[in-house]
Design a protein around this ligand. Structure first.
Ligand SMILES: NC(=O)c1ccc[n+]([C@@H]2O[C@H](COP(=O)([O-])OP(=O)(O)OC[C@H]3O[C@@H](n4cnc5c(N)ncnc54)[C@H](O)[C@@H]3O)[C@@H](O)[C@H]2O)c1
Length: 260
């Protein structure tokens, strides 16, 4: 279980002894999150559709952080059997499961009248159903140890976004899901929270043309795009053993974008 050490009079979380599963850990926010937990002593399982890249994240974590234990596994979060199987392998290898970061997500942008039902379903399958399935599989184990931290991924586009009917619906769904699971699983010592990022510099946003990015930045009070590590630190905050009284919350991390 996570310990706590004092640095300059302030409590700083460590995750020594905690087993942390990060979905979508091959790159972007998931990769930054996996690296951050590894730096603080967690045993980290990196899950991704891209097995080779997930393994690379785990290898990088072990190379950068001496003594770190990490593994990379193939897992499609939308596939119930694959998700359960991956979590079983993690518990078997690492002896527990304390934190699930439900980070995997996709976009298939199209205006609603042109949006194919397959692209609608695909985004819901990964972003919403995948989040539910992984949370359910993790909580089934966490319940037995009466401790767990589940952190889901919404988005500020849950409010609605031109060209993202599927994505916005999935990310709005994650908010209702998060709150409901928080209510149901509090009795098992499991907290369930979500982060709602604004614009983050990752592969997901790399394809956006520079003029569009520049225009977007003019609407962000902080005046820039977020780095993946700025979302990863929110994952660590919710995952902290001392965050036990925080559940069902959605923390918007958008540089003030939704304030204006
Ligand atoms: N980048 C942003 O600006 C932004 C903003 C708000 C929310 N988000 C959310 O943050 C999360 C991470 O975003 P990112 O920008 O790092 O994305 P990314 O595209 O850089 O990385 C996503 C990772 O998820 C993996 N993945 C996709 N489908 C999967 C599946 N079915 N099973 C397992 N892994 C799968 C991909 O292989 C990839 O490694 C997503 O849920 C995204 O919706 C991102």
């Amino acid at each position: 279980m996570a310990g706590c050490e004092t640095v300059s009079g302030e409590a700083m979380a460590t995750f020594a002894g905690d087993v942390v599963v990060v979905t979508g850990a091959a790159m972007g926010i998931g990769e930054a999150t996996a690296m951050g937990f590894a730096a603080l002593g967690a045993k980290v399982a990196c899950l991704d559709l891209d097995e080779a890249a997930a393994r690379q994240t785990a290898e990088r974590a072990m190379a950068v952080h001496a003594g770190c234990v990490a593994m990379g596994l193939a897992c499609d979060v939308a596939d119930e059997a694959a998700g359960c199987g991956a979590l079983e392998r993690v518990v078997e290898a690492f002896g527990g499961l304390h934190v699930l970061i439900n980070n995997a997500g996709i976009t298939r942008d199209r205006t609603a009248l042109k949006l194919a039902s397959g692209d609608f379903r695909a985004v819901l399958d990964v972003n919403l159903t995948g989040t539910f399935l992984m949370a359910q599989a993790a909580a089934t184990f966490m319940k037995t140890q009466r401790y767990g931290r589940i952190i889901n991924t919404s988005s500020i586009n849950a409010r609605g976004k031109f060209g993202q009917a599927n994505y916005a619906a999935s990310k709005a769904g994650v908010i209702g899901l998060t709150r409901t699971l928080a209510i149901e699983w509090a009795r098992y010592g499991i907290t369930v929270n979500a982060v709602a990022p604004g614009f983050v510099r990752t592969a997901m946003t790399a394809a956006i043309p520079e003029p569009v990015k520049d225009e977007a930045i003019t609407k962000i009070p902080v005046g820039r795009i977020a780095e993946a590590e700025e979302i990863a630190r929110v994952h660590r905050f919710f995952a902290d053993r001392h965050s036990a009284y925080i559940t069902g919350q959605v923390l918007v991390v958008d540089g003030g974008r939704t304030l204006v």
